[in-house]
Design a protein around this ligand. Sequence first.
Ligand code: NAD
Ligand code: IPM
Ligand code: MN
Length: 353
Amino acid sequence: MVTHKIAVITGDGIGPEVISEGVRVLEKVAELDGGFKFEFTYFPWGCEFYKETGRMMDEDGINKLKEFDAIFLGAVGAPGVPDHISLWDLLLIIRKSFDQYINLRPVKLLKGAPCPLKDVSVKDVNMTFVRENSEGEYAGSGSWLFKNKPNEVVIQDGVFSRKGCERVIRYAFELAKAEKKTLTSISKGNALNYSMVFWDQIFNEVSKDYPEVKTYSYLVDAASMFMIKDPGRFEIVVTSNLFGDILTDLGAAIAGGMGLAAGANLNPEREFPSMFEPIHGSAPDIAGKGIANPLATVWSASQMLDFFGHEDWGKKLIDIIEEMLLEKKVLPADLGGSAKTKEVGDEVLRKLG
Ligand code: NAD
Ligand code: IPM
Ligand code: MN
């Protein structure tokens, strides 16, 4: 029997609430399958841990996580701890240390999911974002000069390496080729005259190896407009770290909301563990009320199952989410229902078994 060893970091706010449903779902899937099992190890890291210890994770936290096959993460961030500390010292350091350079984010409108756009059908909102996840605007490089002086200056560098751009663009081409889809690159070469000119150049270079893939290239401002006005033109999308962050929240808004948006942080070489998470934050405004939508976490569990080669189960979970959206009987508050987080999880389990 195969055992998938999973490190669980439930984190802050609604993180623990949604992850407990995700874990129940994964356990049920394994029980029904009978051919594999999960072994979950919990790490109490996050903002509470920080308040007690002055650290977001153990000093050798990255070393501890290295032993696992995957990481299942809830959300990080709480009032009282500066966001740039809580996120850099936990979520972002994991993405970087484990070279999880692909952030795969489906923007797919399921049948029955709410969409704020007019005259749009499910086939028009069916994209996969491949977000660069290791460098770019998130390189963490810069300086803060003359702090608190009148001549104060801050510099935040965007770091775009040839290797970093090429590998994410190549991954997106491979995906487009395998799925027989178009590939759109989103950049901003008209204003960012080094980084994005370089990005566009590498996109063109790599495209020569994939003559069968139809490509498009948009500036990020126009792309945001088209995502609302004509989302059907996007299939596979590749973009930089920050643009991908922003555009996938926009994507979430047109594909049912933050409660349905999932993301996989992949180290494609499998040299290090990959990490699966809902893309939403800790939602302090609803934390502790038991009303958070756990379906984004269930969707990220589906991505984890795909990653381990259990694509049939991965698809089954998406089908169940779609069924629940169509039936409209057991839905959480953000999707117009009144079911609690746990009741939504119960319904997924019922439909599974
Ligand atoms: P957020 O995603 O936490 O919340 C935005 C809005 O969406 C809120 O109104 C919230 O109630 C709602 N929402 C989010 N997830 C939901 C769910 N599952 N069910 C129902 N409603 C949901 O974003 P924010 O308010 O900008 O950030 C809050 C904190 O989370 C900050 O500390 C931020 O840095 C952090 N953050 C963490 C992550 C992460 O850990 N991956 C991602 C984004 C933000
Ligand atoms: C996300 C989040 C993170 C990001 C933050 C919390 C650092 O917004 O996963 O989308 O910007 O990548
Ligand atoms: Mn984000």
